[in-house]
Design a protein around this ligand. Structure first.
Ligand SMILES: [Mn+2]
Length: 378
């Protein structure tokens, strides 16, 4: 029994608003699907954040549909749960669920046991941090793992042991008795042994906007469940567009162009480049912009920032900003003088609007308005 575990594909995601970056994501996804076919795996399991937004573009829907069609042709079943990016905050059929309804894939985020060959799959869709207690209860109530030989649990949650700021659950909240804990949500690949099994995040398949520009290794996992222990192979995506980081003194900025030119030799795709310029005085932005404009022919995209030599650089975080969220909510409460309105603004509207989902935000306001109207009996 061999499965391909993938997560956080964010189909339709377009880093820097560039069409090329959207294509990179599809290319990475297709690599995973081609590997599933080539290795004749018994199933593909997706641990959530299939699409980048709850209302994906037609192209993103089509690319998933094409992948599922191919898997179906080879008799490989696709099982999935939903991540927060897949779930609309208004009542609507989640986009990936369409493929479940059409019989092309199987949704397993309902907490019920699903049997596939000699494997038992149980999954839960993403639960918000405020629903963690509810999810813990559901996880505790998983008993009687039937006589299935292989047992796999799918979750789209942050575990504190893997990321201190994304601690929706701790590993101890996971029920024992599974051979493999197929995780999604964290975008860096990582795994740890737990009980008689392995807890594994494959990570995102390509950098998403929140991840910034940094060197990376992206991929998916081939998991062999034939033996008593799960054997996990992380397969790196080969088509990834390189992200390159350069740190350079302001005075030596001229040298950078030839250095980058040398480094991009042999690359199939023009890279994305981040330049961190060090220096303390006499820094002129116009000079920097003019020198770096020569990167335009050799890079797809570049960004630069001046790093004051006296200041420590801030860490990069994504999918995890509990303190900022809390602070925003507090400011909104102060400004609106109404806790309900502040919650609506920060927890419901802001996530929709920051994804550019204006229709979703309008739907949300209508829904609230109608709920309010029925509550007052009018
Ligand atoms: Mn994600």
């Amino acid at each position: 029994m061999q499965i391909l575990h993938i997560s956080d594909t964010h189909l339709g995601c377009m880093q820097f608003n560039l069409k090329e970056r959207e294509e990179d994501v599809y290319e990475a996804f297709n690599e995973a699907i081609d590997t599933a076919v080539k290795d004749r795996v018994d199933a593909v399991i997706h641990a959530g954040d299939i699409f980048h937004t709850p209302k994906p573009s037609g192209t993103a829907m089509l690319r998933l549909g094409e992948a599922l069609k191919k898997l179906n042709e080879y008799g490989i079943r696709f099982f999935f749960i939903l991540g927060e990016h897949d779930i609309s905050r208004v009542r609507d059929t989640p986009s990936p669920y369409v493929f479940h309804r059409l019989g092309m894939a199987t949704y397993v985020g309902d907490g019920k046991p699903h049997i596939h060959k000699d494997m038992l799959l149980i999954g839960f869709h993403k639960h918000k941090k405020s629903e963690s207690d509810d999810l813990r209860g559901k996880l505790r109530s998983i008993i009687n793992l039937a006589d299935a030989k292989r047992r796999v649990l799918l979750l789209h949650q942050g575990l504190g042991e893997f990321h201190p700021y994304a601690n929706e659950l701790s590993m101890n909240d996971l029920p024992l008795g599974f051979n493999y804990y197929a995780m999604g949500h964290l975008h860096d690949h990582a795994m740890k042994p737990y009980g008689d099994g392995v807890v594994c995040y494959p990570g995102s398949i390509d950098p998403t906007p929140g991840e910034g520009i940094r060197e990376f290794k992206k991929g998916f996992c081939i998991v062999d469940l034939s033996g008593s222990e799960a054997r996990v192979d992380f397969i790196q995506v080969r088509s990834s567009r390189r992200h390159m980081e350069y740190v350079i003194e302001y005075e030596r900025l001229d040298d950078l162009i030839s250095r980058v030119r040398e480094d991009v030799k042999g690359l199939k795709k023009k890279p994305v480049v981040a330049v961190r310029i060090k220096g303390s005085k006499g820094i002129d932005s116009a000079t920097i912009a003019s020198i770096l404009s020569r990167l335009n022919d050799i890079c797809l995209h570049y960004r630069w920032e001046v790093e004051s030599t006296s200041k420590a650089s801030a860490g990069r975080l994504y999918d995890a900003k509990p303190d900022i969220d809390k602070e925003l909510l507090k400011l909104a409460k102060d400004a609106l003088a109404n806790e309900d309105h502040a919650n609506l603004a920060i927890n419901e509207l802001l996530p929709l609007l920051s994804d550019g989902d204006v229709d979703g935000a309008i739907d949300m306001i209508w829904k609230r308005f109608e709920e309010g109207r029925s509550a007052t009996g009018r």
